[in-house]
Structure formats: structure tokens, C-alpha cells
Write a protein that binds this ligand. Sequence first.
Ligand SMILES: [Mn+2]
Length: 353
Amino acid sequence: MTDARAETHPWTANTDAAGAARWLADKAFVVVTTHTKPDGDAVGSTIALARALRSRGVRVEVWYLGALPLWLSEVVGDTPVRSIERDGLPADADPDGIVLLDTGSWSQLDGLREWLAARAERTLVIDHHLQGNGDIASLRLLDTGAAAACQPVAQVCCDLLALPSASRLPAELATPLYLGLATDTGWFRYSNVRPPVMRLAADLIEAGADHVELFRIVEQQDEPGRFRLLAAALSSLEFHSNDRIALMSLKMEDFHRTKADATDSGGFADKVLAVRTVVVAGVLTEVSDGTQGKPPLTKISLRSKDGHGAIDVNEIARSLGGGGHARAAGARVSAPLGDARSRLLDALTQALG
Ligand SMILES: [Mn+2]
């Protein structure tokens, strides 16, 4: 998006929950959608709003983009859902209202961008992110102080159903709303947990949100292969620089032996940050060892601990040709695993000073 467009379409709110509910109330067919690779907040907010609209007799479809979480069907139940990747874009879909949740960025809407751009005049966006594209929707309910999109969506649901408090919501709405609140706050551990988050969580539990079942569905679904792979990673664990650096390495044969796939190593670096002395952790994954007609390639994933003197892993990753965020970053290095490990260790040792 050009700067001129950002000026004529600023990322500013122009409605509140009551206004959004009034706008939705007279719709006949609404499509509810969200960012690609939907997470807990994306799924929770879309399903809750779809159920609220359905209970008012509105025809609703929820559309998802990109890879879907493994637990999706257990949260969605019988609410009508379409995967654009799997089912395609319906040629004849002509909703009189579109609601975009948990994002306002064109870059997160690949596969639906043109369809949405042609219909911005009948689109409502409800989001909590600091940045977005104002031209994505003519009606914008933005609460950048909210920890999750599910917070403003909970209020819209209450207004749609004329309920005085979220504690009176039907349980089938309270449970997905709780999912968004819980996952966007790391199950109520992150710094975005403020009093309204806990008040809404309490109301949703009062309404019957099944938080015990949600935790099982979302957080206790790992395949055994993932933990066999973690065992392999831990057996390679080495500490450097007075135990402040932790490195783990996974070889191609580790994936074959444990029947794990590339996504199964997600979160391994985070686990090692639990060690008191460790300030930065890296996982090196051998993508190609250079023997099968492909040049050697090693993937690096980096995490660092918050606090005074925290290591900026974005900078480290950039020095290796990658990038990311200050606390989480990665790179792909065209080198065998051992060489990549040496280069990474040099960069980390230097950064620690
Ligand atoms: Mn969110």
C-alpha cells in the first residue's frame, strides 16, 4: 500500500460494538473470515460471531485461508466452515455483509484479496492489532488495547443478542471466545493480560465456557513422533559461554527415525529457555546434507529471553541472511549442519560480548 492510500484510508475506528451489531442485525447472508493460517483467536472470534448471527436467523458461512490447526473440527462442530484452499472460492457467493476478524492487513489475506477488495463497502473489520490497512473495510471496530479480537467480538455478540453481560452468553459462544482470549495471552501469562481480560474470562466461565476441554483440545494434541524428535534434539543439546547459549541440532536421519515431519520441531528452542542460565537458544535443522543432488542447507531457529541485556536474535538472524523479531527469528543457511553451527555460535558469542 502506498503512503497516499494510508493517508486517505487511515487505520482508525469509525464504529463501536453497538454500531457493528446494528449494522449486522439486518443482514441476510454474512461471510465471516480472518487471517491466513487461523490461530485460536481467529477461529474463536469467527465461530462465536457466526453462532451469534445464526441464532438470529442470519445465514452465515465462515471462510478460512491457508493451513488449518489440527484441533479445528473439535472447536467448529457443526458451524458451516469453508477452506478456500480445499473447497475453492464459491463463484456465486453474494453476501450482503462481510466481517473480517483479527486482522486488517491485505498481506494476511492471500487467496481472498481481490474478492474482498471489490467488496470493502460492505465489509466490517473487528481487530485489535496496532497496524492495518484502512481501505480493507468501510466499517472499522478497532480496539488496539484488547489482548484478543475476541474481546470486542464478545461485546458485539452481547449487543446482537441483547444481553447485559458476557456471563449470560450461550456456552456455545462462550467457549470459542474463551479460546481466543486464552491463546492470544499464552493462557493468561503475557504482558497483554490486563483486568478486562480476566473479567471477560470470568464472565465466559460463568457462561459455561469449557476451559478444561479447550486446554486438552488445543495444547495436548502432540503426536508421539514430535516427542521422539524432541528426545533426539535434547540428546544433541550443548551449552556454551557459561551456559548462556543453548544449541540443539536435528539431522535428516532424526526425522526419518522418529517419523516426525518438519513442523514437529516448532517450539523446541522455547523449551530450552526454561533453563535459568540460558539467554539465547537455537535449533539447527539439517534440510539437505548435500548428498542427494541438492546443495547443503541448514535451517536455524532462534529464541531469546526477555529482560535486561536481552539478545536481539533478529540481528543475529539477519547476519546469517534471515530475520524475524527481537525475541524470535530464523535463517536458512546454504551450508552443512556443522558449518552452520560454527557460524551461528560465533555470531552468538560475539553478541554476548
Ligand atoms: Mn488476535
